[in-house]
Design a protein around this ligand. Structure first.
Ligand code: PLP
Length: 380
């Protein structure tokens, strides 16, 4: 949305797009930036400040995307800028451990007390991929359950589209992912506990892990219905299935901590990303000590990274979490999102456009339908 109405055109963005197309795939480094679903060519951002981003032509926009989550404090927060600048002066990366890694882990644990041990990685994808490997090693089982419409990054095992409306064995959701690779990925239906029961009945003692977004944010926003997550917790526990709560999007988003806290469940493993890096590439997985102790160097599950725990990225995360802890912006964020929700509803009502708005704190999604949206099928 334009912050000012003096639109200056998109000549520079067009030029950059043409130049970029000669060198970068589709002129982008992540497909959602290509504007494929919304039309038009990508805008090129020059800078961001607070709630605004400015493109190469000098147009200002209110940024509702916030880099898909990390920029919860707005762009270039002065405290984060100064912490990162100071950290950079001390060197960028050492291939050895720094105190910043411990500090960020301590801050995360203050909000996620169930995470006995943590491992930092470079993205949400790495976090979920590593958590799945670990759960398989821990249980000595192969199969995993994911939910249709949930996204956990682009790792082969998790890139599985749901069968249409039925609980089904996974099919590859991307070219280049062989069926053998996803044959152990089972797809359940969000908000449908019976779909999990069926899979467990069908494959008793074969399921290593169940991974879920506690509030789904990747099929639009879909909230878990009453008791769904609690029942999921009970079922997974009863059957020795490692429950992986993917809080890459929800972590530190609706409150200081995770969605699981206010939803009243605890995962065996938790995955984090986005906000904990304050805009730098950081992911993390962690959880129960007996499971995490299987990760190298303590145990036999190999997982590593040249830049994992990078001190500049850790510093951005530390400062971001400190500011969130000190200022508690969450009620204000929720209020702003609620005002947006009311605005959507009023306009839709005035124009007689069908509308459902799903919202969890500042995660908000309008759906142009009269039916409640509670799973992937209704979201579609
Ligand atoms: N898990 C969830 C819930 C996500 O929303 C995302 C990214 O949007 C990921 C995992 C993957 O994170 P990344 O893009 O950092 O690899």
């Amino acid at each position: 949305m334009m912050a000012e109405h003096n639109y200056k055109g998109n000549v520079q963005s067009q030029r950059l797009f043409e130049r970029g197309s000669k060198h970068l795939v589709g002129s982008v480094n992540s497909p959602v930036r290509a504007f494929g679903s919304v039309g038009g060519d990508p805008i090129f951002i020059q800078r961001g400040e607070g709630a605004y981003v400015y493109d190469a032509d000098g147009n200002a926009y209110i940024d509702y995307v916030a880099s898909y989550g990390p920029m919860i404090l707005g762009h270039a927060h002065p405290r984060v800028v100064s912490a990162v600048t100071e950290a950079a002066r001390a060197g960028f990366t050492f291939g050895a451990t720094t105190e910043q890694e411990i500090e960020l882990a301590e801050l995360i644990k203050s909000a996620f007390p169930g995470m006995d041990l943590i491992r930092f990685v470079n993205s949400g994808t790495e976090a979920t991929m590593s958590a799945i490997r670990l759960a398989r090693a821990y249980t000595k089982r192969k199969k995993i359950i994911k939910f249709s419409g949930c996204y956990h990054g682009h790792e082969d095992n998790l890139l599985v589209a749901a069968g249409s409306g039925v609980v089904t064995l996974g099919l590859p959701g991307s070219a280049g992912v062989p069926e053998e690779v996803v044959k152990d990925t089972l797809v359940a239906l969000y908000n449908d506990i019976d779909s999990i029961r069926e899979l467990i009945d069908r494959f008793p003692d074969e399921i290593a892990a169940c991974i879920i977004e506690p509030v789904a944010g990747n099929m639009g926003v879909v909230l878990p219905e009453q008791d769904f997550l609690k029942e999921l917790r009970q079922l997974t526990e009863a059957h020795g299935i490692v429950l992986i709560i993917d809080e890459v999007m929800t972590g530190f988003r609706s409150k200081f901590g995770g969605a699981q806290e206010h939803l009243g469940i605890e995962g065996d493993l938790v995955c984090l990303g986005k906000v904990i890096g304050g805009g730098f590439p950081v992911g993390a997985y962690g959880g129960r000590k007996d499971i995490m102790e299987m990760v190298a160097p303590l145990g036999p599950v190999y997982q590593a990274g040249t830049l994992s725990g990078n001190p500049i990225a850790m510093t951005a995360g530390i400062e971001t979490l400190r500011i969130l802890q000190e200022t508690d912006p969450y009620p204000a964020l929720a209020e702003t999102a609620e005002a947006l929700e009311q605005g959507f509803k009023q306009i839709a009502g005035d124009l007689d456009v069908p509308l459902q708005v799903n919202r969890s704190g500042s995660m908000i999604c309008p759906f142009l339908t009269r039916q409640p949206v509670r799973d992937f099928a209704s979201a579609q």
